[in-house]
Design a protein around this ligand. Structure first.
Ligand code: SF4
Ligand code: SF4
Length: 422
């Protein structure tokens, strides 16, 4: 694609990167075929190729974003399916993040939208505040249909789990002499404590000393994907300091993540700080140390088969941030099969379920359509349980199916001696 940035614009590293990304696009449109919003809405501007043109125009002309342009960019899930499909290696993720940041600076959203976004930023990344909000959501759950649109939807989502305190990590039964850090997450340390419990037990059983890390709580993805580069940058810097301290002081073998959205973000720190003369080495070290728990286990272990699991049929739902964001696809299925489960993958597994970070709160109608589509495939299986690798997908999909949905680590924990998770 021909671009026309001025020399002054190219002196800005974000625009220089956008220019490099845009130039790789040959406008073939292959990406449209695997884009969930293009499939749903059939509008060129709701597909990656159309959005790339919109972003090019916006950034090149330093235009004030119109409501129409913002609508098409807001409808993008950042699912990154287009990146898996693109034959030219267009890094849509970095391009749309630059576009989102530009929009937040130049476009004044209507007041309710601004307030809702502020609410998300004020609560989701902060476990203590989020715990209070979560308790309130559970109290309001019976009357959620009386609440206005997005608030009612959020209350419905939040009331599907019970808050619990974070557990202490178990002691390794045999000791490999290696210590791993397990990030407790922000929303997850409130809504998905059982996932952290199971992950810690599983790792301890395999001989690792586990440090459950309450800090850093949030990886920064919420602020980053909402275009609040200022807040995200501050958080990234705090997280780089905290993670570096953990790695150095505790001699961590790896920083393990069991929420794939967070893993994708942490693995990008090295890129985001590549031009920072002070933080580039530490950010790169954190990205290199970050591994999804299934990636870590698959590379280091072959799990013992538990024959009692062979009658348990598992449908595997592949989170976008895992399959497209981190290119981890086969590993979770292989681990489940090693442990003895009968695993079935879903048709059109590349399509997003609609959860996509805070997307299901910001775009509830599209998210619901995508969730129902994914759940139709789940419900058509004869599965006893669904395995996933991201709390967001699990919480979102529970609205549309009666089949229990648990984390892959919970099933692996069960098969290797832990409690049944459903
Ligand atoms: S597949 Fe890649 S090169 Fe083709 S239009 Fe999409 S982003 Fe551009
Ligand atoms: S990130 Fe997902 S929703 Fe956005 S353009 Fe790419 S495929 Fe479409």
């Amino acid at each position: 694609m021909r671009t026309d940035f001025s020399a002054a614009q190219l002196a800005n590293p974000a625009l220089e990167e956008a220019n490099d990304i845009l130039r790789k696009c040959v406008h073939c449109g292959f990406c449209n075929a695997t884009c969930p919003t293009f499939k749903l809405l059939g509008d060129e501007l709701d597909g990656p190729r159309g959005r790339i043109y919109l972003l090019k125009d916006l950034l090149e002309n330093e235009a004030t974003p119109s409501k129409k342009v913002v609508t098409h960019i807001d409808r993008c899930l950042s699912c990154l399916s287009c990146m898996s499909t693109c034959p030219s290696g267009v890094n849509y993720m970095h391009l749309v993040d630059t576009g989102r940041s530009y929009i937040e600076k130049k476009f004044r959203r209507p007041l309710p939208e601004r307030l809702f976004r502020r609410l998300l930023i004020a609560f989701l990344p902060h476990p203590r505040r989020f715990r209070l909000l979560f308790r309130l959501a559970r109290l309001l759950a019976p009357c959620r249909r009386l609440l206005p649109g997005r608030i009612g939807h959020a209350v419905g989502l939040g009331s599907s789990s019970k808050p619990r305190a974070m557990p202490s990590p178990p002691t390794a039964r045999h000791d490999t002499g290696q210590t791993v850090g397990l990030l407790a997450g922000c929303v997850q340390q409130v809504m998905g404590v059982e996932i952290n419990d199971a992950s810690a037990r599983l790792l301890a059983r395999l001989g690792y000393r586990v440090q459950l890390l309450a800090e850093p709580a949030c990886c920064g993805a919420i602020e980053h994907h909402l275009g609040r580069t200022d807040l995200a940058d501050k958080r990234f810097r705090q997280n780089i300091a905290a993670c570096t301290r953990h790695i150095d002081e505790q001699g961590l073998t790896a920083l393990l993540v069991n929420a794939s959205g967070c893993g994708t973000m942490l693995k990008d720190y090295g890129h985001l700080f590549r031009n920072d003369s002070v933080l580039a080495p530490e950010a790169g070290k954190i990205s290199a140390a970050t591994l999804d728990i299934v990636e870590f286990l698959f590379d280091r272990h072959t799990l013992d088969r538990n024959d009692e699991m062979q009658d348990v049929r598992v449908a595997y739902q592949s989170p976008c941030s895992m399959q497209h964001g981190q290119r981890i696809d086969r590993q979770p299925v292989a681990l489940l099969e090693q442990a003895g489960f009968t695993v079935q993958e879903l048709p059109e597994k590349h399509l997003c379920c609609g959860s996509a970070g805070a997307y299901n709160l910001l775009q509830p109608h599209l998210a619901t359509e995508l969730g129902k589509g994914k759940a139709a495939y789940i419900n058509a299986t004869s599965a006893d349980v669904v395995a996933s690798g991201n709390l967001g997908c699990m919480t979102h999909l529970r609205q549309f199916t009666g089949i229990p949905i648990v984390h892959t680590a919970e099933l692996l924990d069960w098969a290797t001696g832990g409690p049944k998770p459903f």
